[in-house]
Design a protein around this ligand. Structure first.
Ligand code: ZN
Length: 150
C-alpha cells in the first residue's frame, strides 16, 4: 500500500501531487501534475485549526492600569524603583497606568512576566462581535425613531 499510484496515468510514483483537473481534485504523478492546477498540500485539518485559533483575540483586561500599579507598589518602593530595575521610562509607565498611553499586547506580556500578573486575556471573537452588535442595535433603533419623527 506504500506505492502511490497516479490517478490519471496509473503509474507508480514516489510522490503524488494534489491537483485540480477539470474541476475535481486528484492525486497524480509529477508528469500528470502539469495537466491540472496544483492545490495546497496542507491537510484541511490544519487549516481548520488555524481558523479556530484566529477566532480568539488577545485583549487586555479592563483595569490593567490598576493591576500594574498595585503590583508594582506591592513589590517595589515606588514606580521609580521598578522603572530603574527593569529599564522602563517612568513617564511612559505612568501614562500607561493612567490610561493616557495605550499598552500594546507585547508590552503587556512583558509586564506580565516581570510582575507575574495576568493582563492579556483570550477573548472569543464571537463574544466580542456580539458585544459590538448590542450597541449598533440601539443606535439603529434611535435612527429609525428619528426618521419616523417618533
Ligand atoms: Zn501520472
Amino acid at each position: 500500500m506504500n506505492d502511490a499510484i497516479c490517478e490519471v496515468c496509473g503509474k507508480k510514483a514516489g510522490r503524488l501531487y494534489s491537483v485540480i483537473i477539470e474541476g475535481s481534485q486528484m492525486l497524480v504523478c509529477n508528469e500528470c501534475a502539469s495537466l491540472g492546477k496544483k492545490v495546497s498540500q496542507k491537510p484541511s485539518k490544519k487549516i481548520r485549526f488555524i481558523t479556530k485559533d484566529e477566532e480568539k483575540e488577545e485583549s487586555l483586561v479592563e483595569n490593567y492600569g490598576e493591576i500594574i500599579k498595585n503590583k508594582i507598589l506591592e513589590k517595589y518602593k515606588d514606580l521609580k524603583e521598578f522603572c530603574k530595575k527593569h529599564n522602563y521610562k517612568e513617564s511612559y509607565l505612568k501614562k500607561v497606568i493612567e490610561g493616557e498611553l495605550p499598552l500594546s499586547i507585547d508590552e503587556a506580556k512583558k509586564l506580565e512576566k516581570i510582575l507575574k500578573i495576568k493582563l492579556v486575556v483570550l477573548e472569543n471573537k464571537e463574544d466580542y462581535e456580539m458585544k459590538e452588535k448590542e450597541l449598533p442595535k440601539l443606535t439603529l433603533g434611535d435612527l429609525i425613531k428619528e426618521k419616523l419623527n417618533l
